[in-house]
Design a protein around this ligand. Structure first.
Ligand SMILES: [Fe+2]
Ligand SMILES: [Fe+2]
Length: 317
């Protein structure tokens, strides 16, 4: 997908200019903010960028994490083709993370601008710095990899929807809960399965920030959604269900097959039936479902959707 135009944005800055509005009265968010300041790190100084990645497997991930691993298509591949595939899959994933980090930068800055609560502004101001650092990390990592990809159609669609939304909580719901929930799963997988200490260390640093962003979104929204009218909560719930459909589409990662010279239709079927892809989806929903439930959006529609895709039991986690 070739995106050259700007993403339309509809949001206004919220300020009240009374001293009382500056009073910090949310201890949980305030402690997340203090922790965020204490845990700042420097991507330039704290990571050894002279390190060389393995050229056949840059993230040093086991082949069992590739969706078509073990299929007849995989079995027919030469070792060179498998190395190409690892480079494409990992290049696609890191490209999407990089684009997602840019989206997170936009969202954190707009939450700092549009959110009425001062402590939430604080938290998001620090998150802007975190996301700038993450863009720095993943763009430097990309420069060491062979294949880069534009943003996936599904991720762009979701980002455009979030940015075009004038209701201020959608940036937090769409980015901090849904997209960052998805990213957390990817980061945890890389940290758990990579055999490369450089990759593991880099991932651990980013993961610490991302876990805080995900928690900030949950605390902020769980304080906000109970104040809404029933029909307003239902609109958020509809957005969650639609966004989860879009994120599942994104997870199929179908952009890599044409550059690999494998027919897209052949891989589409393989990936949809793939146990590895299904297990990745379950890991994503293990994060998302309890978060959606915790912020008070597990109404009838969300319950039905999560039940249909077999992940409702995670709500109790
Ligand atoms: Fe990030
Ligand atoms: Fe983040």
């Amino acid at each position: 997908m070739n995106i050259e135009h700007g993403i339309p944005s509809a949001i206004e800055a919220v300020a009240k200019f009374q001293f009382a509005d500056y009073v910090e009265d949310n201890p949980t968010l305030l402690s997340l903010y203090h922790k965020a300041k204490r845990n700042q790190w420097d991507a330039h100084m704290d990571i050894d960028w002279t390190y060389e990645l393995n050229e056949d497997n840059p993230l040093a991930m086991p082949d069992g994490t590739i969706a078509i691993y073990g299929s007849s298509t995989w079995d027919k591949m030469s070792e060179k083709n498998r190395a190409d595939l690892r480079n494409h899959v990992q290049g696609w994933n890191i490209s999407q993370i990089l684009h997602g980090e840019q989206g997170a930068l936009f969202c954190a800055s707009r939450i700092a601008q549009s959110e009425p609560d001062m402590v939430i502004k604080y938290c998001n101001a620090v998150q802007v710095m975190d996301e700038a650092r993450h863009i720095e990390v993943y763009s430097r990592l990309m420069s060491k990899m062979k294949n880069s990809y534009p943003i996936s159609g599904a991720l762009y669609k979701l980002l455009e929807q979030i940015m075009g939304e004038s209701r201020h909580d959608f940036a937090s719901l769409g980015m901090q809960i849904l997209i960052e929930g998805l990213a957390l799963t990817f980061f945890k997988n890389v940290q758990a399965y990579s055999n490369d200490p450089f990759v593991k260390n880099m991932q651990a640093l980013v993961l610490r920030d991302e876990a805080r962003h995900f928690a900030t979104g949950q605390v902020a929204l769980s304080g906000f959604y109970p104040q809404l009218m029933e029909h307003e909560r239902r609109e958020r719930e509809e957005f969650v269900v639609e966004a989860c459909h879009t994120l599942r589409e994104h997870l199929f990662g179908e952009d890599i097959w044409t550059p690999m010279g494998i027919p897209r239709s052949e891989c589409r079927e393989l990936i949809r039936a793939s146990q590895i892809n299904q297990s990745m989806q379950r890991s994503v929903f293990r994060h998302l479902v309890p978060a959606v439930s915790g912020i008070g959006l597990m109404g009838r529609e969300a319950t039905r959707f999560f039940d249909n895709i077999g992940v409702l039991s995670y709500a109790a986690a």
